[in-house]
Design a protein around this ligand. Structure first.
Ligand code: IMP
Length: 431
């Protein structure tokens, strides 16, 4: 296989998530010694197919499927131990080896607690019509507590049981008052929560690590590190379509704080994008096709959430939005996924600009009020037909499909080095 990983790489989504990062990280994982998750939590969902087996990961780095790869959960993640151990148990029962030898968890990683999930769900229900459309996995409240500090718990806290007991007692007393007052949620039992997290801590202890030191050692030994982004640039809490974003810095810009490594740690920035656009939850989506085209893409692309099974909103490829992500994160190469999904459409459209109140906008604006009003300007190209999933070289693709990829590459200004035409590892064309 072409050597894509000269130095260390970060793989991350360029749109609103669900770009098929799992498959590409798994594919590149063949050349990596270490795979690191640096942001998000169990709101993420990466799907990997190996042979006839299909695996959905929410917290474990995708390198877990490759023997010999070290997997790291970085401090930028918010960790729900219940989900983690469920995932570990499922994969163990399916023959995947997981132990402290191939999985390390940063002691600085913050925990998702039961009250975070309660608050997430209660807030979403209470703000009917004005909700973010979260995954209800407690992500926003967990990150809010991280910044709040006095009400947060980290993996390190699980290692000190007496202190953990006191802290959980104090926090639950306070949370019960707030949740009752604002959302009439029944009170939580602090003792049951303490016992549950004490047990999680005991099971987690062998995996807990100073992951910065582990990663610095890997860098000194010139091991290849792959930083696995979750979510995507347009969902980044600072740079995405705020407030319809997730609560972490899930663009490539978050990797240094989230993995706990110096800026020299990464040389390649591999952006993943679909050949069209999707998003789940609320928020403006200029190229959305709430029509037969959108339905066609959703059904062919199985565009239903890995984590929540919600139907995803589907639309044409938005080059304005992707160019913003590419420039913001210094993308050095692109992987395009799901090209096969577009087969059978008579015409393909690419959004090459926006019009806002009669004026052409030169660049994407991560401002909800502007985005809600923009009108996409499209370029139309001929579509292609037939099953392209068997193609193994770019030149084997129908000419129209090649032209479509090349036009997008031109608009993004960065080479599209990989094109994925099917779910299997092997259905990936290198250019
Ligand atoms: P949260 O991350 O659960 O707080 O959800 C905030 C927003 O981000 C919602 O619109 C979610 O649907 C969206 N979101 C979070 N994670 C993902 C993902 O992995 N793919 C796509 N959308 C996501």
């Amino acid at each position: 296989m072409t050597n894509l990983l000269e130095g260390n790489s970060c793989v991350f989504g360029l749109q609103w998530g669900d770009e098929g990062k799992g498959k590409i990280v798994d594919f590149l994982g063949e050349q990596a010694d270490v795979v690191v998750r640096y942001c998000g939590g169990a709101n993420a969902g990466h799907t990997v197919r190996i042979g006839n087996e299909k695996y959905a990961t929410h917290l474990l780095p995708v390198g877990i499927f490759r023997p010999g790869v070290l997997n790291v959960i970085g401090n930028g993640v918010v960790l729900d131990p219940e989900v983690l151990f469920k995932e570990i148990d499922e994969f163990l029962s399916r023959g995947i080896a997981i132990s402290p030898v191939n999985l390390k968890i940063s002691y600085k990683t913050h925990l998702v607690m039961p009250w975070h999930k309660q608050e997430d769900a209660a807030r979403e229900m209470a703000s009917e019509g004005n909700s973010i459309g979260t995954t209800r996995r407690g992500i926003g409240p967990a990150y809010a507590d991280k910044m709040q500090r006095s009400t947060a718990l980290r993996v390190a806290d699980l290692m000190h049981e007496e202190k953990l007991k006191q802290r959980i007692g104090q926090i639950v007393t306070e949370r019960n008052k707030v949740l009752d007052c604002l959302y009439e949620v029944p009170p939580m039992d602090w003792k049951a929560i303490f016992e549950q997290y004490r047990d999680h801590g005991r099971r987690m202890a062998p995996f807990v690590d100073d992951t910065t030191q582990t990663l610095l050692a890997a860098m000194r030994e010139q091991k290849r590190i792959l930083f696995e982004g979750a979510h995507a640039v347009l969902l980044d809490v600072d740079h995405g379509t705020y407030p319809y974003v997730t609560s972490s810095n899930c663009s490539a810009l978050g990797l240094f704080t989230g993995a706990g490594v110096p800026p020299q740690a990464c040389q390649n920035y591999i952006g993943i994008m679909k050949s069209y656009s999707t998003r789940v939850g609320g928020g403006p989506f200029p190229t959305e096709q709430n029509n037969d085209t959108g339905n066609y893409i959703r059904e062919r692309g199985n565009e239903y959430g890995t984590t929540t099974r919600r139907p995803r909103r589907c639309g044409w490829f938005d080059a304005v939005a992707v160019k913003y992500s590419v420039d913001l994160c210094g993308v050095t190469q692109i992987a395009m996924t799901l090209l096969d999904v577009l087969s059978g459409l008579e015409h393909l459209r690419i959004c090459t600009g926006y019009k806002h109140r009669g004026q052409r906008l030169e660049a994407f604006r991560a401002d909800m009020d502007v985005l809600a009003e923009v009108e996409p300007v499209y370029e139309t190209m001929p579509g292609f037909n037939g099953n392209i999933s068997g193609c193994r070289r770019f030149e084997e693709l129908p000419k129209e499909a090649q032209l479509y990829v090349k036009r997008i590459e031109q608009l993004c200004g960065v080479p599209v080095k990989m094109v994925s035409v099917g779910p299997e590892r092997s259905a990936t064309l290198m250019r």
